[in-house]
Design a binder for this molecule. Structure first.
Ligand code: ZN
Ligand code: ZN
Length: 133
């Protein structure tokens, strides 16, 4: 068989491999340091550095990160990816205002203090009059 004439299988369309790698590094960072990635102000998240020294303050509104990793145009900084990931996996407790994983939060059913559909962390829920289905 003349291998030179064999066409390569079509590359799957989608993310450029380098982009995927940076994106994957961000996801890995998020999973590894989930509890350390915290919202410090509106749109502002603190993400620990992958090397373990210090943290970077990411702005999710502008999608910017002050870390020294110069992200090429068209790619997303891995700390921004990590912050976005944690943001998507968590929600704010209507009681204490801290963020918790969705599965830890209880949805308010009947309460004089909270609105129906509000989310409460187990501690706030236990100390409230909120019923649960
Ligand atoms: Zn960064
Ligand atoms: Zn709470």
């Amino acid at each position: 068989m003349d291998t030179t004439s064999v066409a390569h299988p079509a590359q799957p369309k989608g993310l450029h491999p380098a982009k995927l790698t940076r994106f994957k590094r961000g996801l890995a960072l998020a999973q590894e340091h989930f509890e350390e990635i915290t919202r410090v102000a509106p749109w502002t998240w603190s993400v620990p550095s992958a090397t373990g020294s210090g943290a970077h303050t990411v702005n999710l509104k502008t999608g910017t990160c002050p870390c020294p990793d110069r992200t090429p145009a068209g790619e997303v900084d891995k700390h921004v990816v990590a912050a976005k990931y944690v943001k998507s996996k968590t929600a704010t407790c209507s009681g204490c205002g801290d963020r918790f994983r969705h599965r830890e939060l209880v949805e308010v059913q009947e309460s004089l203090t909270y609105f129906e559909g509000d989310l409460l962390c187990p501690e706030c829920w236990a100390g409230s009059d909120a019923g649960v289905l």
